[in-house]
Ligand binder design. Sequence first.
Ligand SMILES: *Cc1c(COP(=O)(O)O)cnc(C)c1O
Length: 424
Amino acid sequence: MPHHQTRIQGLPVSGIAEEFGTPLFVYDAQSIGDDYRRLRDGLRPSVDIFYSLKANPNISVSACLRSLGAGAEVSSEAELFTALRAGFAPEDIIFLGPGKTARELAACVRAGIRAVVCESFGELRRLDRVAALSDRAARVPVMLRVNPPVPTSGSGLAMGGKPRQFGMDADLLRGSRAELASLRHLRVTGIHAYLGTRFLRHEDVVHNTRAVLAVAGRLSEDLGIPLGTVDFGGGIGVAYFEHEKDPDLGALVDGINDAVDDFARTHPGCRFILEAGRHLTAASGTYVVRVLDVKESMGETFVVADGGTNHHMAAVGVGSFVRRNFPLGVLDHRGEPSTMRCTVTGPLCTPADVLAKNVTLAAVRPGDLLGVGRSGAYGPSASPGRFLSHGYPAEVLVHDGKAHLVRRRDTLDDLLDPQTLVEL
Ligand SMILES: *Cc1c(COP(=O)(O)O)cnc(C)c1O
């Protein structure tokens, strides 16, 4: 069962919060390394692991994954430059996303990244024009993102197999041989597909991998394109809630290896990309908030903290069907028994700002610190941080037993300076 951490590499999380203030995200580089290596050590060398910066775009978190050997999967100009500045080599970066601007396409061409993952025929034509204008002699490498006609297996959030803004339908791609041949400045180097996220069952990830490989193999034949790379996505989940279990990584790795071994028989030399965001950073992160108030309302106890939805929308359950609690607990535990039944809320003026509903904690008083575990992915960057103008929280990365501030919290000036006061 997932739980929150009170120490990171021996350092008390409460001490880190005293030093850097709250609300605060603390990431454990060792946990990121452990999760990365568990995949890397098991997977065939032909499978590259690409870190999806979307999950946690902090530049030092990204650099941590680069130092471990991951590639980078980015989806905006700022993510591309984060990856470059974090030290990823251009040939270890891919760029994807359904709405790429001309400026982003030009930045990809200029940087010379491994591939632009193209998501429509219009985008292929736009990129071809951008490539024509560049002074690079070589054709620009692209992968074709396919929306395969296979339903996503399992309980994850489905991204393919139905009408979607992502990628190109396999049927449409199949008839596009002439169109692809007309793109004089591009070179198709592979196929990409991403079938969903939050898969907890290894069987589902393996099923999806096999499905993508099968579609990629057929498309390469139909279109007469060589398969240098197949990117089969990933979407490996982590357990957040009671009764959830982390995926069986040994079985997952074995299943993926079997799938790529089978594929390599007909496509020797083909390389593969496994994309992973959540799985590499979620378990590393703790969201630390300070209790501002403890109060009663109609027989229920409310613990009001200094952060919530505005930094951690996922923990609050926005976008989920059922409200379930992330692992949450008292950090500076005084050894009191867990007997306080309460609901932990954030500071926002909305009843939805609930970090944990009906939890049992050790006695909590104003000034105490609470930690929300498994918070290293889709935290502040995926949350409405400007709501009520609290701004972005501080972020700390613990590396080699030392806590580094890797993002300072927003100041009042950060919030107010971009605005203009007109003379009225
Ligand atoms: C969001 C996304 C990812 C990362 O998903 P995780 O579930 O965090 O691993 C990877 N690839 C694509 C195409 C995505 O949209």
